[in-house]
Design a protein around this ligand. Structure first.
Ligand code: ADP
Length: 674
């Protein structure tokens, strides 16, 4: 079975260049051949016309001669009719000769051919001047014998008569027998000049245009008359002049100025058409070449567009105004797992819509089809693959405008943002881990403070316990008024109190370190400060810092993730106290303050500030303050401030700092009010 392979659409079918060229050459050759044949046929036709005309002229000329000869015979008969005597015959014959230039001489002879009388033409010297008449006797006798036999006029064959001027002429004898009372009484012999016959007996119209001659059957010219030749091409026609006793050949030669390129209108027309046809062919060829080039360009453009669409990672989909899919690119098909055939022509609900969202999407599409423009920056949605799995997409839609400027549908681009989502999730998780780590680091730093703080209650417990044991060892002396039980009870109460105090210290650290669910809740600002206060006081006591808190009256609650915000406050407080940890600084005061933000929307934001009277922040430090891992402390991690700002910004607030009066720094941040 033959293998059927689809032609790649990028390569439209074009004949190979060589084949196309040879086809063109063949066409041109054929056209040239046809046109040459036409020109040749036109020439031929014209020649045959000329030839036919010549033939007709020749035939007409022959019949002219024949009828003239017949008339001449009648004239001769009339000459003899009046029974003349040689004396009366001569003047009449001379008269006749004047009218007939073709005759050179008229003779009246008796039955034995003896001459009775003769007259020579008045138009020239007597013909038989140089050559005697007797030398022509043979021709005369032959003609007259034929005439007698036929009992009618007869002619001799022609012969040459030299003239006294050195030239000569071809002549022919005509003999007419005379019969009176049934007996031959004599002959009239007329000598014709062949040359003059051509001049006199043939219509002038023939000799004007062509050369007329008498020839012998072998082609020897006997007499010639007519115009000089004009053209190079010769046409000739011959016709037999059959006379009793002699046969002459009348020949006409016509010259044409042929072979012209434009011999006549027909040929000219054909030639003009040839030129027109050739020009049209040339133009067609040019047009064809242009067309081919345009086709090739188009094919290239198409191929480029296709390659572009195929290699796009963005899904593309076009819908018509009724919401039917009219185009999808491979990236889109790959995204949703449906083939182009399954999608084309489909309208809502689309197969890639999750069934639970179909209603919402249908509404969205309806809104779109009424002409509402989608947001320029696109919107997010969830699609379903063919295998049922859901994935988030970013859709950017725009009206599809045709070249005529009309909207013919909607064009949409799709980005599969699952990967983006995964990365966001990852970074959020790692951020959380980082914060937890930072918290632990804070705790580690505080472990030494803790041990110091726990020392006191533990020492107190230990001494109370020792005292109690002593009391138990000394039995009370009755009546001494000393009640060991009362002392013991008091010592036990103190032990319990100190243990509780130690437990609170442990708990405050534990509470801080324990990871709580990340959730926004409405927290009174006081509660936030209270939560960090035990840890702050631990350090404050060690560094001899006075900690003051100022809260405005009637503050709203803060909407925040309390663990995070507590850590921010703790970080800032700790930084402030550390900045005051210098021997030269006598006055050490840390102020934690909460009030409404001093902005236009003051009642919607709370402003927290932590101010110290420390060393302040030099410019070169200020520039990198929030850069992760930037620290000026030997044991510092440099994470505190960068995390603080991230947390505040996650809450929609902002964080900044400024120099404090008379010295030190104030860190401020805002949080939304509930
Ligand atoms: P760490 O406390 O681990 O060094 P932070 O990000 O909290 O990291 O602080 C970065 C640096 O900013 C500190 O090392 C310190 O030099 C400077 N700094 C922060 N708070 C203050 C303050 N209140 N006064 C002076 N310098 C400060």
């Amino acid at each position: 079975m033959a293998e059927v392979r689809a032609l790649p659409t990028s390569r439209l079918w074009l004949p190979p260049a060589d084949r196309r060229r040879s086809l063109w050459a063949l066409l041109v050759v054929l056209v040239v051949l046809v046109l040459a044949t036409l020109v040749w046929l036109a020439g031929r036709y014209e020649a045959s016309q000329v030839q036919g005309e010549l033939e007709r002229d020749t035939a007409d000329a022959v019949s002219d001669i024949r009828s003239a000869l017949t008339r001449n015979i009648q004239a001769l008969q009339a000459l003899q009719a009046s029974s003349p005597t040689p004396g009366s015959w001569q003047p009449e014959a001379a008269l006749l000769l004047r009218e007939h230039r073709e005759w050179l001489r008229l003779e009246w002879r008796d039955a034995e051919l003896a001459e009775l009388a003769h007259v020579d033409t008045p138009f020239r010297q007597p013909v038989f001047g140089r050559m005697s008449r007797a030398s022509a006797q043979h021709e005369v006798a032959l003609a007259c014998a034929t005439a007698r036999k036929a009992n009618g006029p007869a002619y001799s064959s022609s012969y040459f008569v030299p003239q006294s001027d050195g030239l000569g002429m071809e002549v022919m004898e005509a003999c007419l027998p005379q019969v009176s009372a049934g007996r031959l009484s004599g002959y009239v012999v007329a000598t014709y000049s062949l040359q003059e016959m051509l001049v006199e007996l043939i219509g002038k119209q023939y000799t004007r245009r062509q050369e007329v001659s008498f020839t012998e059957p072998d082609g020897t010219r006997l007499a010639l008359h007519g115009s000089v030749r004009r053209g190079s091409r010769i046409f000739s026609a011959q016709q037999l002049l059959d006379l009793p006793g002699n046969t002459l050949v009348l020949r006409m030669d016509g010259w044409r100025s042929a072979p012209d390129l434009f011999p006549n209108l027909l040929t000219a027309l054909v030639t003009a058409m040839t030129i027109a046809l050739a020009s049209v062919l040339l133009l067609l060829g040019k047009d064809m070449r242009r067309r081919l080039r345009a086709e090739r360009d188009l094919a290239d453009a198409l191929a480029f567009r296709k390659a572009m669409e195929d290699s796009l990672v963005t899904g593309l989909r076009a819908r018509d105004l009724q919401g039917r899919i009219s185009y999808v690119n491979p990236a889109f098909c790959q995204m949703v797992g449906f083939s182009a055939e399954e999608l084309l022509g489909h309208s809502a609900p689309m197969p890639y819509w999750p069934p639970e969202m179909a209603d919402e999407y249908q509404q969205r599409q309806a809104i779109r089809l009424t002409g509402h423009l989608p947001p320029r920056e696109g919107f997010e949605s969830v699609f379903m693959r063919k295998d049922g799995s859901r994935f988030p997409v970013l859709i950017i839609e725009a009206p599809l405008i045709s070249v005529l400027g009309e909207q013919t549908g909607w064009m949409s681009a799709f980005l599969d943002i699952s990967e983006q989502r995964r990365v966001e999730e990852l970074s959020r998780a790692s951020q959380e881990r980082l914060q937890a780590t930072a918290r632990l680091a804070t705790v580690g730093e505080m472990a030494s403070l803790l041990s110091h703080e726990l020392n006191q209650p533990l020492a107190a417990i230990a001494s109370y316990a020792t005292g109690s044991l002593n009391l138990l060892d000394q039995p009370a002396a009755p009546g001494s008024g000393f009640d060991p039980m009362a002392d013991l009870r008091m010592a036990m109460r103190r032990i319990a109190e100190q243990a509780e105090r130690a437990g609170r210290v442990i708990n405050s650290v534990h509470d801080f370190v324990r990871r709580r669910d990340q959730a926004r809740e409405a927290v009174p600002p006081q509660a936030l400060l209270d939560a960090i206060m035990p840890l702050v006081s631990l350090q404050a006591r060690k560094l001899q810092v006075r900690v003051l808190t100022h809260l405005q009256d009637g503050l709203p609650r803060a909407l925040c993730d309390r663990t995070m915000v507590e850590q921010v406050l703790l970080n800032l407080a700790r930084n402030g106290m550390q900045a005051m940890d210098r021997p030269e600084l006598r006055e050490r005061e840390l102020v934690l303050q909460v009030r409404r933000a001093a902005s236009a929307e003051g009642n919607r934001w709370l402003e927290f500030s932590v101010s110290d009277l420390g060393s302040g922040i030099p410019d070169e430090v200020a520039q990198q303050l929030f850069t992760p891992f930037f620290t000026t402390k030997a044991e510092g991690m440099g994470l505190g401030l960068s995390l603080c700002r991230t947390v505040v910004e996650q809450h929609g607030g902002y964080m900044d700092f400024r120099a404090n009066e008379p010295r030190g720094t104030v860190f401020r941040f805002t949080l939304p009010a509930a």
